[in-house]
Design a protein around this ligand. Structure first.
Ligand SMILES: Cc1cc2nc3c(=O)[nH]c(=O)nc-3n(C[C@H](O)[C@H](O)[C@H](O)COP(=O)(O)OP(=O)(O)OC[C@H]3O[C@@H](n4cnc5c(N)ncnc54)[C@H](O)[C@@H]3O)c2cc1C
Length: 394
């Protein structure tokens, strides 16, 4: 389908929705982005953007603006939680300056994308505007929105549901599907300035593995903050990304009998915790039907243990724009092609994330065998196992 000023409505101004808006506007489409939140808040914490994702953002002209807020760590240190020492270091190669490995505060990335969208003549960003439902007709999609108390109706050529885990678009497209609680909770916090112990001189991602729990840290905000995410099992599973939590709940799985002093010092240095119950979607979600398609978490919410939640949404956006921008296809064919191009790769990443979680949380002899195998393989070979993810280009 040719952009030719046809209008596409994107529901959700998260990372996926805003990237899709920019990519589609680049193909000549007029875009309405309807975002439920009245303002783009500082909710959330850090995200990792591997080269497969950073390359898409750079192709959208965001290199110079993202370089001011993103940090390029020089390595991922895999740490033994019980022993407190580094098991293996995966060097993040900087030999490809056009596609760096970045860590960034989600709010900074979203603000950068939103600024670029606001400056684009083909994009209209409506905040405080919730998608309520839609109906497809022969010539388009009628989308019912509500901005405050005012109902709005738009008839558009295509509707893209980038409205996250609890997607209203998916609810209508595939009503049977429900997000599943995984029994895992992410506890998130930040430490001002530097880590008290175990922090490397250069910026680095640290992954601490321990029995039935793990911990990830990396620098953010020009190195002024360290992002801390602790994952452990639990029953609590309300919705929301930033529910306040106590230090006692967050630290409960990180006991002195199982976790070394340096790891526990990281936990103890966080002054304010937030919690986020981890839900996933099954691979059977209907991604597209006619002129309506899903993107990002709305289609494939996954565990964050491959650090690819944002990355897959960004890749989706690039491929969606390629397919819709193809002048040979009508909208439904283009959206079907988008689905066909994305499903298999995303399912593979979802599986990897699940598998990583099991490996990170091993205990006893299985953990010892894992540590031995990781040391034997070494950082470069471990990293090369991610090539199929990181080397992807739109
Ligand atoms: C507030 C928030 C904080 C997060 N923090 C982190 C974090 O710290 N670390 C991490 O790894 N991941 C975090 N995530 C998840 C991460 O952003 C996503 O996994 C990934 O970026 C894929 O994004 P997405 O665009 O598909 O969905 P999301 O980022 O979830 O964005 C969906 C957007 O759609 C909007 N929306 C929902 N329903 C409607 C509707 N009916 N009409 C209009 N708009 C609607 C939401 O308000 C949201 O802005 C967070 C998500 C959110 C929403």
């Amino acid at each position: 389908m040719n952009g030719g000023r046809a209008t596409v409505l994107v529901a959700g101004a998260g990372i996926g929705g805003l990237t899709a808006a920019l990519a589609l506007a680049g193909k000549g489409f007029k875009i309405i982005v309807a975002e439920r939140a009245p303002r783009l808040e500082e909710a959330g914490a850090g995200l990792q953007l591997s080269p497969n994702a950073s390359s898409v953002l750079i192709s959208l002209g965001l290199l110079s603006s993202l370089e001011t807020s993103a940090i390029a760590p020089d390595a991922v240190s895999v740490m033994s939680g019980p022993r407190g020492s580094e098991l293996v270091r995966l060097p993040l190669d900087k030999s490809s300056p056009t596609a760096p490995y970045w860590v960034i505060h989600r709010a900074d990335l979203q603000a950068t994308l939103a600024a670029q969208a606001n400056a684009h003549p083909l994009i209209e960003l409506r905040l405080g505007c919730e998608l309520e439902n839609f109906a497809t007709t022969t010539g388009g999609v009628v989308v019912n929105l509500r901005q405050g108390t005012t109902p709005q109706r738009e008839t558009v050529a295509a509707l893209i549901g980038a409205d996250g885990l609890w997607s209203a678009v998916r609810r209508q497209l595939d009503p049977v599907i429900q997000p599943r609680f995984t029994g895992l909770i992410a506890w998130r916090g930040t430490i001002e300035n530097r880590l008290p112990l175990g922090q490397a001189e250069s910026p680095r991602v640290q992954l601490w593995m321990g029995s039935n729990a793990h911990l990830v840290t990396y620098p953010m905000a020009h190195g002024q903050q360290t992002n801390v995410v602790a994952i452990s099992s639990g029953q609590w599973h309300d919705q929301g990304w930033s529910v306040p939590a106590t230090a006692a709940e967050a630290g409960a799985a990180f006991t002195a009998s199982r976790w070394s002093e340096p790891a526990r010092a990281i936990i103890a240095s966080v002054t304010q915790w937030r919690k986020w119950a981890l839900f996933t979607l099954p691979a059977s979600v209907t991604w597209a039907d006619g002129r309506v398609a899903l993107l990002g978490d709305a289609a494939h919410a996954m565990l964050p243990f491959a650090a690819q939640g944002a990355g897959m949404a960004i890749e989706d956006a690039a491929i969606l724009a390629e397919c819709l921008g193809d002048t040979n296809d009508d909208v439904a064919t283009a959206l079907k092609r988008y689905t066909d191009l994305r499903r298999e790769r995303v399912a593979r990443v979802q599986n990897l994330a699940r598998q990583n979680g099991r490996i990170y949380h091993l205990a006893g002899p299985a953990a010892a065998a894992r540590d031995f195998a990781m040391r034997l393989l070494g950082g470069r070979r471990l990293l090369s196992r991610q090539n199929w993810i990181y080397d992807w280009r739109a």
